[in-house]
Design a protein around this ligand. Structure first.
Ligand SMILES: C[S@@+](CC[C@H](N)C(=O)[O-])C[C@H]1O[C@@H](n2cnc3c(N)ncnc32)[C@H](O)[C@@H]1O
Length: 258
């Protein structure tokens, strides 16, 4: 755990990664911060199995946002963090996965810093790591992809734009967060920029949790298969990757039909 700023006059804010949902995937540092907390402000995606590990006297506050529609204003979350800190509390700001990945972390740090409060970041296991483990693959592989992109399906303006031409090149791999609603948009952009229609795509819903589901599809079939799968939980879209058994089966098939 790295303390970035210290001011001993008031409380302490720890920005803690809760991991993808399986409590076994919490770090020891996260657990310690969690157990010591007076107040825990948590996102909606945090699993009950993780929340139950908070210290018995900790006050839990759900400040979650759902999909496109904000339920808690970011300014209100910042104010609440600062207010609890200024009351001398040890505050854990618990975010799913890793707090530094699509977590609006900087806005909260800036508010806490402006109030002169101490803060730290406790990293966590991001959804991409849990999702790729769930399909027995690697995010990078020698000879296939020497870089990996973390993309968001939507940003503050709507569907997010990316370097589609670069992504459309054969062998590229990307982990797409919040990619369900934008699946058709992403498909259209990639095909328009020359991506091969049978590029493998795998969605992992509820990665690391007991209700994890895997949808193996292709760029061509993505919107139709996604609609049919009816995924309601958080899902990570792995572009350019198929589950390992499927890759092996395809390799065998290609050998047999060569
Ligand atoms: C606001 S982002 C937060 C990402 C988080 N900070 C992380 O590092 O995983 C929320 C998105 O993360 C992904 N996500 C989070 N937890 C997940 C899980 N257990 N399984 C699959 N995707 C997950 C989904 O794409 C979801 O829409």
């Amino acid at each position: 755990m790295t303390t970035q700023h210290v001011d001993n006059t008031t409380g302490q804010i720890d920005f803690v990664g809760a991991g993808p949902g399986d409590p076994e995937l919490l770090t020891v540092a996260a657990l310690r911060a969690f157990e010591a907390a007076d107040v825990v402000l948590h996102d909606r995606l945090i699993s009950d199995e993780v929340l139950i590990l908070a210290g018995a006297s900790a006050k839990l506050v759900d400040v979650g946002k759902a999909g496109f529609g904000p339920s808690w204003d970011q300014g209100d979350i910042n104010d609440l963090l600062v207010a609890h800190g200024q009351n001398g509390n040890r505050v854990v700001r618990l975010k799913s996965g890793d707090p530094t990945v699509f977590g609006r972390l900087d806005e909260e740090i800036e508010a806490v810093e402006a109030a002169g409060l101490s803060w730290s970041i406790v990293p966590g296991i991001t959804a991409a790591s849990a999702a790729v483990a769930g399909i027995g693959q690697s995010l990078t592989r020698r000879g296939r992809n020497s870089s990996i992109r973390f993309l968001t399906g939507h940003d503050m303006k709507g569907f997010a734009d990316h370097d589609w031409a670069a992504l459309a090149r054969r062998g590229e791999v990307a982990a797409i967060y919040m990619g369900k609603k934008s699946a058709r948009f992403i498909q259209g952009r990639l095909i328009m920029h020359g991506a091969v229609r049978n590029t493998p795509i795998t969605l992992v819903e509820n990665a690391s949790r007991p209700d994890q589901r895997v949808l193996a599809t292709t760029l061509d079939r993505l919107p139709a298969d996604l609609a049919q799968a009816d995924m309601n939980g958080p899902a990570l879209t792995l572009y350019g990757l198929a589950p390992r058994e499927a890759v092996q089966a395809l390799t065998e098939f290609n050998k047999e039909h060569a």
